[in-house]
Design a protein around this ligand. Structure first.
Ligand code: PXP
Length: 377
């Protein structure tokens, strides 16, 4: 594990710090190197400052350079001082922690503001560069296109055209960040062969949507998608009708998550924008949730849509605070996507039907490019 973060178990920003640290290592081209981060309190950092640097006082962040090959270094951050500094600066603890992490990383890169005015200016400039990189990474959500309905058209005649494999290639060439397929138990659209070949040919990421059954977990273990999204599945439904009841099925969802982790596959849980579901999702060990945007997309009037939008925005924020990556999807189209794409905690959208429907009229390349404009807006 290149990045390890040690903190008290209920520290809410653990995943956030790990994710930011991984991105920083990638930006510095040191993604293979090891970075250890300790989040401690004021007493802890004072003791470390005293013991290792002979400075018997409290501070906000300390970096220890490691000279050995493959080691980037160690960073210690006091969350208590970070919280105090955030309050003084009128910012959030989350922001301050990321600023301190960046400060620590820039020290590990060899900059030192204590070496004079010019060195301090250089260090501040490097910090700004890394922070703006992180902001850009956070702000620009990814768009992953679900190609199930290319397969729906193929299955209507039971032949082999159009091929979702070719569609996946066109989607990638148009600039999408990933491909999504839902392998249903009844194989009504995507077939096993589609998933296998798409896995082989695409250069971006493959998300496999599936029910948490033994059969599907076995298939995922063989095909190794980049991520699995667990969804509820009913044979009679036209499409996925609601989020997974993670709260009601917590034990079995947790078991499915750990079986997928055993294969090295990260897991996202498709959930309704409800506090109970998101808190339960965080307890299962899943890395990510996908917020079900169906109620927002299908709202009968503007008032209901506003209410559903608020639910998505506040649940995205809760999930982010709990250290989950936040995706969203279902029912999003060319009219309703831009509004949810402005929610900064959502890092990925999964959109299918609207794009494939438009593709039938204007072509898949154009349909994807138009949706990319809305998402990256
Ligand atoms: N996300 C999930 C979990 C889904 O099940 C679906 C539908 O397959 C989508 C996103 C995409 O929904 P739509 O086709 O309405 O864009």
């Amino acid at each position: 594990m290149p990045v390890s973060v040690l903190s008290k178990p209920d520290f809410p920003y653990l995943c956030l710090i790990k994710r930011a640290a991984e991105r920083l290592l990638r930006f510095c081209n040191r993604q293979k190197d090891e970075l250890n981060i300790l989040i401690t309190n004021d007493a802890g950092i004072t003791e470390i400052n005293n013991q290792w640097l002979n400075r018997p006082w409290r501070t906000n962040v300390i970096s220890f350079t490691q000279d050995a090959r493959g080691l980037f270094g160690d960073i210690v951050i006091s969350w208590e001082t970070a919280r105090q500094e955030a309050e003084n600066a009128g910012t959030t603890l989350r922001t301050r922690l990321v600023e301190l992490l960046v400060h620590g990383v820039v020290h590990l890169l060899g900059e030192d503001h204590e070496l004079g005015e010019e060195a301090a200016r250089r260090m501040a400039e490097r910090e700004r560069e890394l922070i703006s990189y992180l902001l850009k990474e956070e702000i620009m959500a990814d768009l992953c296109i679900n190609v199930d309905h290319i397969a729906t058209i193929r299955q209507a005649r039971g032949g082999n055209e159009p091929d979702p494999v070719i569609a996946a290639g066109i989607v990638e060439l148009a600039g999408a960040d990933g491909i999504v397929v839902h392998l249903r138990e009844d194989r009504r659209h995507i077939q096993d062969r589609d998933v296998r070949i798409i896995r082989e040919v695409i250069k971006t990421r493959l998300t496999l949507e599936m029910a948490a059954t033994d059969e599907m977990i076995g298939i995922a273990g063989e095909i190794k998608p980049d991520i699995v999204t667990l969804v509820p599945e009913k044979r009679q439904e036209l499409t996925t009708e609601g989020g997974l009841d993670v709260k009601g099925l917590e034990a079995s969802v947790t078991d499915a998550v750990s079986r997928l982790h055993h294969y090295g596959i990260p897991v996202s849980l498709f959930v309704d924008p409800e506090t109970d579901q998101i808190e339960a999702a965080a307890r299962t060990g899943a890395e990510c949730i996908e917020i079900h945007t169906g109620r927002y997309a299908d709202a009968e009037n503007a008032e209901i849509q506003d209410r559903e939008f608020e639910a998505i925005a506040s649940m995205a924020s809760l999930a982010f605070e709990l250290g989950l990556r936040v995706h969203a999807g279902h029912g999003l189209n060319y009219q309703n996507t831009a509004r949810v794409a402005a929610i900064s905690e959502i890092s990925e959208f999964s959109i299918g039907h609207a794009v494939i429907a438009r593709a039938a009229l204007v072509g898949l390349d154009q349909a994807v490019r138009e949706m990319l404009k809305l998402v990256k807006g």
